[in-house]
Design a protein around this ligand. Structure first.
Ligand code: HEM
Length: 468
């Protein structure tokens, strides 16, 4: 074995393939849970010839991810291909990373703070449009993905560009297509970070690199155009959307703030912020249509607190513990990012007696928390009561980390929580979700479509019935 003695143990490493024969690449977290039984909470696997240290269990993941030594991010094929280099937040480190990350966090904190009504109203407008769209297809089986994506992309569009671009249909279609194709390409290309040789030996029909490059370039052109347009209109006295605030910093000459950096941030928000919320909503509607008894309870709460079919707003959320528990339980049950994003040690570090040299790749097995009987009474079931105690919502629960933990925790979490709450509660207030006849209610994962980074439900149709 090429493991030094104080490096975490793991399955054998074979030439070229590493530990791949011991791993189900379409369901890594399941393979990890098996290896955890044998090797403990900290073990290592080889992907190709690259060792990756896998962390399991709440205590271990929390201990590591809260320490700055573990806050690095490895160079990865998909991310750098998408941005044409290391820029933005997800793929960067050091001063660049913290400046961009803090900017986004401050901005989102500002617009989502209770009392700041503007952005909530914008979200509610999009939710109303979504409901109108659903009204056109009542009582027939429909696929919801596209409708949900339109709503989510419009929210992000408002966030990044202000309202003006919203109605331009052709441009919307182009952006939608770019985001969709880039997301697909990036999850397919995840493996190229470990086996770059594949990009050379496999044909384009398999790698889809040329196609990926086409959509990437198109999206670069669009994001750069948005910034030029914004620049022309900017007079230095408007404090509005994300671009205005970022450009203010560019104008002041602040370190790490450039127009290219702004374009990268916007592309990143669209790609990372739309698919994640969309997948979570697809799970939500699927799970709820399969659980009429849960729908009944949440609708009773919504009717009582807000009134049937009346707009549900974020300021009502603290009076809606059951609704909030559903949002959280969907996040636990769906476990959409089972291994999160890879980290890297930025210097030599020790963890539970093991020595990890600088630049060691680190992966966390979130499923080991979300599916553990240590924290959940019925881990394999959808059970909103996991987040309730004496009818009150449990805000911070051990073992729950849909957005990761510590230094790299998702900066979009508050925005995502608001989107999930507003879209789901307003749909449930107006409609009954009914399974299509003959549907067996299977809540399994869709594994087709390669090594998807996000865990998706199997494609499904659902019927919306009016409640009034
Ligand atoms: C339900 C939806 C979402 C989920 C489940 C989710 C989950 C995650 C996870 C697990 C990470 C990795 C944390 C780590 O590296 O340890 C992450 C990172 C990130 N997310 Fe989210 N996310 C969601 C929505 C969003 C939204 C709406 C945005 C943008 C507005 C966003 C922006 C980001 C960014 C920029 C990072 C990289 C952070 C960094 O490297 O410092 N996410 N997210």
């Amino acid at each position: 074995s090429i493991r030094p003695r104080d490096f975490p143990p793991g399955p054998p490493c074979l030439a070229f393939l590493g530990s791949l024969p011991y791993l189900d690449v379409r369901n890594l977290s399941k393979s990890f849970s098996k290896l955890q039984e044998r090797h403990g909470d900290v073990f290592s696997v080889f992907i190709g010839s690259t060792p990756v240290v896998v962390l399991n269990g709440w205590k271990t993941i929390k201990e590591a991810f809260e320490r700055p030594e573990f806050s690095g991010r490895p160079g990865n094929f998909s991310g750098t291909f998408f941005q044409k280099g290391k820029t933005g937040i997800t793929t960067t480190e050091g001063k660049h990373w913290s400046s961009q990350r803090n900017f986004l966090i401050d901005y989102l904190e500002n617009i989502s703070r209770s009392g700041s009504q503007g952005f909530q109203d914008i979200m509610m407008d999009e939710v109303t449009d979504l409901k109108l769209d659903l009204t056109k297809k009542l009582s027939e089986p429909i696929a919801v993905s596209y409708k949900l994506n339109v709503c989510i992309i419009n929210i992000l569009w408002n966030l990044c560009c202000g309202r003006r671009l919203h109605a331009q249909q052709q441009e919307f279609q182009t952006v939608y297509e770019c985001v969709d194709k880039i997301t697909q390409f990036m999850s397919r290309a995840a493996i190229f970070s470990f086996l770059p040789i594949l990009t050379k030996v496999l044909p384009e029909s398999v790698t889809k690199i040329e196609k990926g490059r086409y959509y990437r370039n198109r999206f670069h052109e669009i994001s750069e155009k948005w910034i030029r347009e914004h620049r022309q209109e900017y007079r230095g006295n408007r404090t509005g959307d994300l671009q205005d605030l970022y450009l203010e910093k560019v104008n002041k000459g602040e370190d790490n703030f450039t127009e290219q950096g702004l374009a990268a941030m916007i592309r990143e928000i669209f790609v990372i912020g739309s698919e994640s919320v969309s997948v979570m909503l697809r799970w939500s509607l699927r799970i709820l249509s399969c659980h009429p008894e849960v729908q009944e309870k949440v609708q009773e709460e919504l009717d009582r607190v807000c009134g049937r079919g009346v707009d549900v707003t974020w300021d009502k959320s603290d009076q809606l513990p059951y609704t909030m528990a559903i949002v959280k339980e969907v996040q636990r049950f769906a476990d959409i990012a089972p291994t999160g994003l890879m980290h890297k040690t930025v210097c030599d570090a020790t963890l539970q007696g093991y020595h990890l040299p600088a630049n060691t790749l680190i992966m966390a097995n979130f499923t080991s928390c979300h599916q553990s009987t240590e924290f959940w009474k019925h881990p394999e079931k959808f059970h909103p009561e996991h987040f309730l105690e004496n009818g009150k919502l449990i805000e911070n629960k051990e073992g729950f980390m849909p957005y990761g933990l510590g230094t790299r925790i998702c900066p979009g979490m508050k925005l995502a929580d608001m989107e999930l709450f507003l879209i789901l509660s307003n749909i449930l207030s107006s409609y009954q979700l009914v399974m299509v006849e003959g549907d067996d209610g299977d809540l399994g994962t869709q594994f087709e479509g390669g090594t998807a980074v996000l865990r998706n439900p199997k494609p499904y149709r659902v019927v919306f019935e009016n409640r009034s």
